[in-house]
Design a protein around this ligand. Structure first.
Ligand SMILES: [Zn+2]
Length: 115
């Protein structure tokens, strides 16, 4: 159960966050504080696993291509999708690792309420 960081109330409503956010903001119904919840470690682990799966897939494709370098097959160079998977994977991996180490994705107060 989440608690308001200002007054510890457990009554809040979800609000669409402005800008890029992974989760809804919470608005406390007792004191009007708006906060962005901390990124869960489970989600961070999923990000890391997703990045590893993407990289593994590309590594497999590259190995598969180098094994099958016969004339009957066209070489498949790294394409845009592969680049996106690699770069997106790096971002996800770094973010996920940061959350697990407690360096990012922490609870953030967007708007301090009145009490
Ligand atoms: Zn509150």
């Amino acid at each position: 159960m989440e608690l308001c960081p200002t007054c510890q109330s457990n009554k809040y409503r979800k609000e669409v966050a402005k800008g890029v956010a992974l989760a809804y903001n919470r608005r406390c119904q007792a004191c009007n504080t708006v906060w962005q919840p901390a990124c869960s470690k489970g989600l961070a682990t999923l990000f890391i696993l997703g990045a590893l799966a993407g990289w593994g897939y590309i590594a497999f494709a590259v190995i598969d291509w180098s094994v099958n370098t016969g004339r009957d097959r066209l070489p498949t160079p790294i394409g845009i999708i592969d680049l996106l998977v690699i770069i997106g994977g790096i971002l996800l991996f770094r973010y996920g690792l940061g959350v697990l180490r407690g360096k990012c994705g922490a609870l953030t107060i967007v708007e301090t309420g009145t009490k």
